[in-house]
Design a binder for this molecule. Structure first.
Ligand SMILES: N[C@@H](CCC(=O)N[C@@H](CS)C(=O)NCC(=O)O)C(=O)O
Length: 252
């Protein structure tokens, strides 16, 4: 999606970098890490997701899916975490967080897009079942407000299920199988490489690192993928992880 035209025109006057985010959102962690890697100052607009602070007409007027993150840069509104971190890297070139060869760039984008593609069916379902079940439930009033605002069918049915019968062990197993497929592939790469792509820390690492952090907290067993685990432990030493993740969410 990338750059959008918001219906809430108030943000068009924002100057500098403004991030709408949540401490425990893995998608927002990607953006905070990228901002820290670039050492960019930014203004925080924080939501408590379990309190449903993001479910307001004002916020849906900024992000039509009503999810975090959203970046506003000098009045330009960007949604979708993969597009946001790409926008930051394109706009603020130093240090570059992308490989230069076309082949490696294609691989990097494949990993970034894959994480976004499996967000609801894989990541969100696994985390909600193992960690959030009950905590993110909407009250009848919140449910009515949400169903009026939300136009995205995948998110509507996800939250309907989450607030209704909840996710089943079968749903969680399907999610785990999806995740296993991607982490097995990453493990094979990281057995012989320091980074996910080529010889450089890139947006692919930034995209997947928060998944290791949050999925571990939700009980996903990374001992199956020791090279992924070792890669995550190395990246967690970076200042950008400490500031962009741990300062907001010391443990998941
Ligand atoms: N594809 C979106 C997914 C964003 C998303 O689902 N964010 C979650 C937190 S990681 C959220 O805002 N959840 C609250 C909700 O679904 O109401 C992205 O990559 O930015």
């Amino acid at each position: 999606m990338g750059i959008i035209t918001p219906t809430n025109k108030a943000v068009l006057d924002y100057k500098g970098l403004h991030l709408f985010h949540a401490s425990l959102s893995n998608c927002a962690m990607r953006v905070r890490i990228t901002l820290e890697e670039k050492k960019l100052p930014w203004v925080s607009h924080h939501f408590d997701l379990p309190k449903k602070e993001h479910i307001t007409p004002e916020y849906f007027g900024i992000n039509p899916n009503g999810v975090v993150p959203t970046l506003v840069h000098d009045g330009v509104v960007i949604i979708e975490s993969d597009d946001i971190i790409d926008y930051i890297d394109e706009t603020f070139s130093e240090p570059s967080l992308k490989p230069t060869s076309t082949k490696e760039l294609d691989k990097m984008y494949w990993w970034m897009k894959s994480a976004v593609d499996i967000h609801v069916k894989g990541i969100k379902t696994f985390i909600y079942f193992h960690k959030m079940q009950g905590k993110m439930k909407q009250s009848d009033e919140q449910k009515a407000a949400y169903e009026k605002l939300q136009k995205n069918k995948e998110l509507l049915s996800f939250h309907k299920k989450s607030s209704g019968e909840g996710f089943s062990a079968v749903d969680a197993k399907v999610a785990e199988t999806i995740l296993d497929g991607f982490f097995a592939k990453a493990d094979a790469i990281l057995e012989n490489n320091q980074w996910m792509i080529g010889n450089q820390f890139s947006l692919a690492d930034i995209t997947w690192l928060p998944l290791h952090f949050t999925l571990s907290g939700a009980g996903y067993d990374f001992s199956k993928f020791p090279a992924v685990d070792a890669w995550a432990k190395r990246l967690q030493q970076r200042e950008s992880f400490k500031k962009g993740v741990l300062e907001w969410c010391p443990s998941f």
